[in-house]
Design a binder for this molecule. Structure first.
Ligand code: MOS
Length: 744
């Protein structure tokens, strides 16, 4: 397909669509490395204690078994790096604990042995023959078991964020309020279930290591494994051409890539370590079980006086990790006082991790349900209450927003949804046996920037095609498509003459695409490389007496479809390169993110609307339709952006009604560890999902003004649904997911 520039803003099809739907796409577990062997994990059967004996003789005696690694023979790691979110450009282990270094068991499912064999089936069978004797000690895996031992961490999230956020006097603000709403919200734990379970194939080529890894950041895998194994960065190459979804479980680097590398070194052959679906529940982090206690106070006119937001959640024995649920609740409204406090329980679980809208989705459920209650108490329309509390600056710092759009999201979302047809009186609308209700909530998501500069390279060939390269994988979001668009416009070429090459740590460095930062940071690097190359070609033509453009002013030259034109004169990139006997030309580009010195608040804003039907006798909740309006800065490709947002909204539906896991006290095992019992939203659950994109200009966040769409789609959905359930039934449900029992 030939498209006229600009390609940015066009709803182009995905460049990787065909290989993905035809099966030609090669994922990390599909790479046909010669001499490949297969590793299978044995997980601990107890949640707490130690291994008193481990007998591997039966496993080793099986045909085809090459090695059984346990704490008795696995080499020690070089150093356990500190847990730092992967945007930092440093090692980003999923937890500061590496397995099989001693005999202690901290959680059920913890890797205690790794069997390597010449086929997958032989490895799996031999794993069942490893005989382990344990001495079990008491465990804590739930909030109810650990409530008394909760502590207040100084910092959370790998030390990245403070354990407390305060401004103004929340106590006084609440005491002086005319109206107060106070409630506790509870949340089941959630697990990631991308279509592709995590997998790593490791191959040593001499003392160089090649890893094919399902990851959100090839450089994050590279840096983390280098540090764990104690080898130089330059000796590790990480390749991840196709990644089948992630939603956060491939953002931090969990133990299996390093284990695969260690196993491959041990057996002297390449090793594939692919997690089973069940192992995904104990190997790649999760969204923690939590409880949030929220108090909001307001004046009679509906102006917030204070917000108090406390959270209690179950973390691990090693790390003070809580998903940051208070960033948004502290920033989204103009309350003069705020108090946010995290409390943690040291549980016998692995360290929780990022999971789509980590913290924002759970925190905004509490705040936006409380705001709905407050609107009812005040007799105000829920949108009107929010409009009265919009802040024109970041209330935590006083800095202006880099861009906003929240008011437009309310207005346009409400118009599309038909909010004016709502009847505010709960239980006032019926459709046969179904009670009908509508609800809304505010959405938001921070605009994160990586710590290090982001780089890309652009290369133009004399045949009139171009390749733009950056290390980043595309884990299903459409990055490769969107970056081809950005490259085409930067170069002044047609979309179909450009290609984006990615998913390889040998290419210019890009941070892990986490926190909805991918489109912003990668487009910044790609745009910078592409425009640098265009400017180089223009300068070349202008300076070349043989070019028709010789002597033109650079500012007068426009490039379109690979042809540079100034007034009546023109020359194509191809003609210039041919004439100069030059097969190609190249430029690199780099973007340094706005650091802490950027005096702006940076948030993406949105609004969510839902209509539900509730059968109060059967306790059934059905979402009939949803509308989301979002202001993500510039929209690079409305098709991929809409898909991301729609996917996020359906995740929100899953969070509201379906997704749940529970650790069984005593065994410390997840009750649901397969896709039959861990429920995710499927097509049959999906209502009509309407997405409105509101473009706002942002001159601060990055060169193209892209704020990101990956996660905001989920934020606020569960609250909009809960508020709709209240409108339908008069019942306030303060628990996620909301299930049949909650309505009976
Ligand atoms: Mo996203 S859950 O921050 O990878």
């Amino acid at each position: 397909m030939t498209t006229a520039t600009p390609a940015i803003g066009q709803a182009l099809d995905r460049v990787d669509g065909r290989p993905k739907v035809t099966g030609a796409a090669r994922y990390s577990a599909d790479v046909p490395v010669p001499g490949l062997t297969y590793a299978y994990i044995v997980g601990a059967r107890i949640p707490s204690g130690r291994i008193t004996a481990i007998d591997t003789s039966d496993a080793l005696a099986e045909e085809g078994v090459l090695a059984v690694l346990t704490h008795e023979n696995l080499p020690r790691i070089a150093a356990q790096p500190p847990l730092v979110p992967s945007l930092a450009g440093t090692a980003a282990p999923g937890q500061t604990f590496f397995p099989m270094q001693d005999d202690i068991v901290h959680y059920a499912g913890q890797q205690v042995a790794l069997v390597v064999a010449d086929t997958y089936e032989r490895a799996q069978h031999a794993a069942s023959l490893v005989r382990i004797t344990y001495e079990e000690t008491p465990s804590v895996t739930t909030i109810d078991q650990g409530r008394d031992q909760a502590y207040e961490p100084e910092r959370i999230f790998g030390g990245f964020l403070p354990g407390r956020i305060e401004r103004g006097d929340a106590e006084a603000g609440l005491a002086g309020a005319d109206v107060r709403v106070e409630a506790t919200y509870t949340y089941a734990a959630n697990n990631h279930n991308p279509i592709e379970p995590s997998a790593t194939t490791a191959e040593w080529q001499g003392d160089e290591l090649v890893l094919y890894d399902a990851t959100q950041g090839v450089n994050a895998t590279q840096i983390t494994v280098a540090q764990l194994l104690g080898i130089p960065l330059a000796r590790i190459r990480v390749i991840g051409h196709f990644v089948g979804g992630s939603f956060g479980c491939k953002a931090m680097i969990h133990n299996h890539p390093a284990l695969a590398a260690m196993a491959a070194r041990e057996v002297g052959r390449p090793v594939k370590l692919a997690l089973t679906r069940e192992q995904m529940f104990t190997s790649v982090g999760h969204r923690e079980e939590q409880e949030q206690h929220l108090t909001v106070g307001a004046t009679r006119e509906g102006r917030l006086t204070a917000i108090r937001h406390h959270k209690l959640s179950v973390g691990s024995h090693f790390d003070d990790w809580a998903e940051p649920s208070m960033g948004l609740s502290s920033q989204i409204y103009a309350a003069p006082a705020y108090e946010g406090v995290y409390r943690l329980i040291r549980g016998n679980t692995m360290t929780p991790t990022f999971m789509r809208a980590p913290g924002e989705a759970s925190g905004m459920f509490a705040l936006e349900c409380a705001m709905d209650e407050l609107a009812s108490e005040l007799g105000l329309d829920p949108i009107e209450l929010r409009l009265r509390n919009i802040s024109d600056h970041d209330p935590n710092t006083g800095n202006p927003w880099s861009s906003t759009g929240l008011r437009e999201c309310f207005e346009r979302g409400a118009a599309r949804f038909g909010w004016d047809r709502r009847t505010p009186e709960p239980g006032s609308r019926r459709d046969g046996n179904w009670l009908i209700g509508t609800g809304m909530a505010t959405a938001g998501y921070p605009v994160f920037s990586p710590v290090n500069p982001q780089r890309a390279r652009a290369r133009l060939y004399a045949d009139g095609t171009a390749v733009v390269q950056a290390a980043t994988p595309d884990f299903g979001t459409g990055v490769a498509t969107v970056m081809t668009q950005v490259a085409a416009d930067g170069l002044g070429m047609a979309f179909d003459r450009c290609r984006f090459e990615n998913g390889d740590s040998d290419l210019p460095t890009i941070a892990a695409a986490v926190g909805s930062s991918g489109s912003g940071m990668i487009s910044a690097a790609v745009h910078s490389a592409a425009t640098a190359l265009r400017n180089q070609m223009i300068a070349r033509a202008i300076g070349d007496p043989g070019s028709p453009l010789h002597g033109a002013a650079p500012a007068d030259v426009v490039v379109h479809n690979g042809v540079m034109t100034a007034g009546a004169s023109s020359e194509s990139y191809t003609a210039l390169l041919q004439r100069c006997f030059q097969p190609d030309a190249e430029a690199t580009g780099s973007w340094s993110p706005p650091g802490p010195g950027a005096e702006y608040g940076m948030l993406t804003f949105g609004a969510q609307f839902a209509e539900v039907a509730v059968d109060a006798e059967l306790g059934l909740i059905r979402v009939r339709r949803m509308t989301g309006a979002f202001a993500p800065g510039r929209v690079l490709n409305p098709k991929t952006a809409r898909s991301q947002l729609m996917g996020g909204m359906l995740w929100g539906l899953g969070q509201a009604l379906l997704e749940a896991n529970y650790m069984q006290p005593g065994t410390g095992r997840w009750a649901n560890s397969n896709l039959g019992e861990y429920l995710v939203a499927v097509n049959a659950d999906a209502p009509d999902v309407d997405v409105e994109l509101i473009e706002v200009e942002d001159l601060v966040v990055n060169p193209l003004g892209v704020k990101g769409v990956g996660e905001i789609g989920q934020v606020g959905v569960a609250a909009a649904i809960a508020n709709a359930v209240h409108n339908a039934t008069g019942r306030r449900i303060r628990k996620l997911p909301m299930t049949i029992e909650d309505l009976l």
